[in-house]
Design a protein around this ligand. Sequence first.
Ligand SMILES: [Zn+2]
Ligand SMILES: [Zn+2]
Length: 214
Amino acid sequence: MIRVQRIKCGNGNCYVVSKGDSGILVDTGKKEYLDTVIEACKPYKIKLIVLTHAHFDHAENAVALSEILGAPIAMHKDDVNLIESNNNQSMLTKSFLGKVVLFASFIEFSKRKMNSFTPSVFLKDGDDLMEYGIAAKVIGLPGHTKGSIGIDVDEKDLIVGDALMNIFYPTVSLLYNDEKAMLDSARKITELGERAIYFGHGKPVKNRVWVKIH
Ligand SMILES: [Zn+2]
Ligand SMILES: [Zn+2]
């Protein structure tokens, strides 16, 4: 039995995906929540730290947790330029709510400086995480950032990072580097069929039609 456990870190989420006493950690939270994440990981032998993308609210604790938990960091290579600065991939939005979130993010992106790291594992669409003890697959979900990925756990639970958001209500990503890619990724999620969707921000919901097809 595979378990997906949501770790609330302020307005964001990390997840421990576990089977028995071993697990993987998906995202790492802002530095203010390091202790919260350590506590949630304690019952498990964490074999891999996966970053859905390299925005600081998901990646800031990656280095510290990698040392403390003794687990390698895995992410998509197309987000490596965000480690140096989250401003290295521009963010766009159209909606009013998106502008509110974008304004807040921009201030944080400029202020926050992550400890630099080189990921030991690069993940891409279709990769299998079975070698880390969990029946899960990597789903490429570019658009929010170039290297955004999702983790499809046992074809039941899909952790989407910020490829979709539930900040105000469940929706496609309010912020994106590439709108067309982001919408294509949202369609790809719908096509996966029945899933519980676990967001980087907000409570989980059932999978649905995220983009009206015209
Ligand atoms: Zn993000
Ligand atoms: Zn985020």
